[in-house]
Design a protein around this ligand. Structure first.
Ligand code: PEP
Length: 251
């Protein structure tokens, strides 16, 4: 069965309300819908209500950049996945490398976050990937295998269908250096084999695997031309409607 494609825009800590409004307007105006490709935007938490309202009459999905591993309660400053769902989010990221770096999120915490997002009714896009030194040392598969194992040991089988994985080599994020389609495909196919070993072939075949790391309009088609690349997680290039729409059209 063909997997649906996902093009997700990670706006990171960018855009003030007026800029977000203009970006959403541009996306809504220019979007030529492809039935098998879902566009998702991931604004920072403070913009979710506004962007959720703006997307009410649109097929573009809303997602968050992170959430607490707890559903609610005494966790000052954290964000409840239940609230994200109530604000209209369909997706949430978990374990973006910037969060792992800035907040010391471990593989287990990332997996717990993903579980709590799914329990709240969200689809969790879990980011995995290696640093430049791990790539150069040739240990990238071990790193990714450990991240995938923590996830599939934490999320129960009946909820695994709500997971999306994003391979984001840290050396390619925001650097302008994209993994080649061959490098990305090698890791995607490895991730799928790891999922199959941990969760079975059926789960592995159904799970969308996104690539992220300096994806742009001019490399989107070649990346997504690979059999195990089911979409893109896009940072910088998602902040301009024209560029992001071209990436969507390339899928
Ligand atoms: C990201 O932030 O997830 C990302 C992939 O960023 P960029 O596309 O800018 O490399």
């Amino acid at each position: 069965m063909a997997r649906k494609k996902i093009i997700a825009g990670n706006w990171k800590m960018n855009l003030l309300p007026k800029e977000a409004w203009e970006l959403v307007d541009g996306l809504k105006e220019g979007l030529v819908i492809k039935p098998l490709v879902e566009m998702v935007v991931l604004p920072q938490t403070g913009l979710l209500s506004l962007v959720g309202e703006l997307l009410q009459d649109s097929v573009i999905s809303l997602g968050a950049q992170t959430s607490s591993k707890y559903r609610n309660g005494a966790h000052t400053g954290d964000g409840s996945p239940d609230l994200l769902r109530a604000l209209g989010c369909r997706y949430a990221l978990s374990g973006h490398s910037e969060r792992r770096q800035d907040h010391g999120e471990s593989d287990l915490e990332v997996a717990e976050q993903a579980l709590s997002q799914i329990a709240a009714g969200l689809k969790s896009i879990v980011c995995v990937g290696e640093s430049l030194s791990e790539r150069e040392a040739g240990s990238y598969k071990e790193k990714i295998a450990a991240q995938v194992k923590a996830l599939y040991s934490t999320v129960p089988k009946e909820l695994m269908g709500e997971l999306v994985l994003a391979y984001e080599p840290i050396w390619a994020i925001g650097t302008g250096k994209t993994a080649s389609p061959e490098q990305a495909e090698e890791v995607h196919s490895f991730i799928r084999s790891q999922i199959a070993a941990l969760a079975g072939e059926a789960v592995a075949n159904l799970t969308p695997l996104l690539y992220g790391g300096s994806a742009k309009a001019d490399n989107a088609a070649s990346l997504m031309g690979k059999p195990n690349i089911d979409g893109l997680l896009v940072g910088g290039a998602s902040l301009k409607s024209d560029e992001f729409l071209k990436i969507y059209q390339a899928s």
